[in-house]
Design a protein around this ligand. Structure first.
Ligand code: NDP
Length: 247
């Protein structure tokens, strides 16, 4: 796969799946910018790793919920690198609880961080991508957005919302050669999932036909394919990377 000459942005690229996506895109020859919320040191390390692959890297402290920040980040990338060809909306959080116990704040935080952020960055990317006569946007949802999950109504709503948004965006922008697709991971080993207890983990393994958790690289390889010209006739698609969990 060749991603050279592609300029990419990955939101939430300091850790976990986002970090893996950033490094995989760089491995295939892309210049990669990342955003993060708090982990400045980790983000700077990721930039060093990107640059060690012989491509350009940038890091921005940018809370994904802030609309103006998305515009600032993307216009700076375009100023420095000329175009933005690939946007990966990856930043996300969980604040799990049963509906009876879920606070309004936990609902709002998760919906805003996971869903509004996608609107912020996709909207900001649209003009430069139109000017460049093409682009690829990849939004990270979850199998929970397809199947639902007890204790994750806020998260499931945000991740299902991402699928509806992406399909609408794909229909609106297809005539401009801008593609938009969703990757829906299952249970992937990152900091987000490291605190799940043994019983929950065993249940997840049993629900997964491949019988094991996934690793971040298995998600990032799929993202790289959707970023590349190899997927040039794919738009509005949802690809599960879940070991068959939501089949
Ligand atoms: P992590 O918690 O490991 O990493 C989250 C990343 O998002 C960090 O880089 C974090 O930055 C960033 N982030 C969080 N909030 C914001 C914000 N407000 N603004 C900007 N950046 C932010 O999560 P994962 O790597 O596990 O998850 C990545 C994506 O994949 C998420 O969208 C998640 O919902 C999705 N996903 C994960 C699954 C899993 O099993 N792990 C399964 C299905 C989907 P910082 O370091 O600064 O906090």
């Amino acid at each position: 796969m060749n991603l050279s000459e592609k300029n990419c942005l990955v939101t939430g690229g300091s850790r976990g799946i986002g970090k893996s996506i950033a490094l995989t895109l760089a491995q295939f020859g892309a210049n990669v910018a990342i955003t993060y919320a708090r982990s400045e040191e980790a983000a700077n390390e990721v930039v060093k790793e990107i640059e060690s692959k012989g491509v350009k890297g940038l890091a921005y402290q940018a809370d994904a919920v802030v609309f103006e920040k998305a515009e600032e980040v993307i216009s700076d990338i375009v100023k420095q690198w000329g175009t933005l060809d690939v946007l990966v909306n990856n930043a996300g959080i969980t604040k799990d609880n049963l509906i009876l116990r879920m606070t309004e704040e936990a609902w709002d935080d998760v919906i805003t961080t996971n869903l509004k952020s996608i609107f912020n960055y996709s909207k900001a990317a649209t003009k430069p991508m139109m000017r460049a006569r093409g682009g690829s946007i990849i939004n990270i949802s979850s199998v929970v957005g397809i199947s639902g999950n007890a204790g994750q109504s806020n998260y499931a709503a945000s991740k299902a919302g991402i699928i509806g948004f992406t399909k609408s965006f794909a229909k609106e922008l297809a005539s401009r050669n801008i593609r938009a697709n969703v990757v829906a991971p299952g249970y992937i080993l990152t900091e987000m999932t490291e605190n799940l207890n043994e019983k929950v983990l065993e249940g997840i393994k049993q629900e997964t036909p491949l019988g094991r958790p996934g690793n971040p690289e298995e998600v990032s390889n799929t993202v790289a394919f959707l970023a590349s010209n190899l997927s040039s006739y794919i738009t509005g698609e949802v690809i599960r990377v879940d070991g068959g969990m939501a089949m």
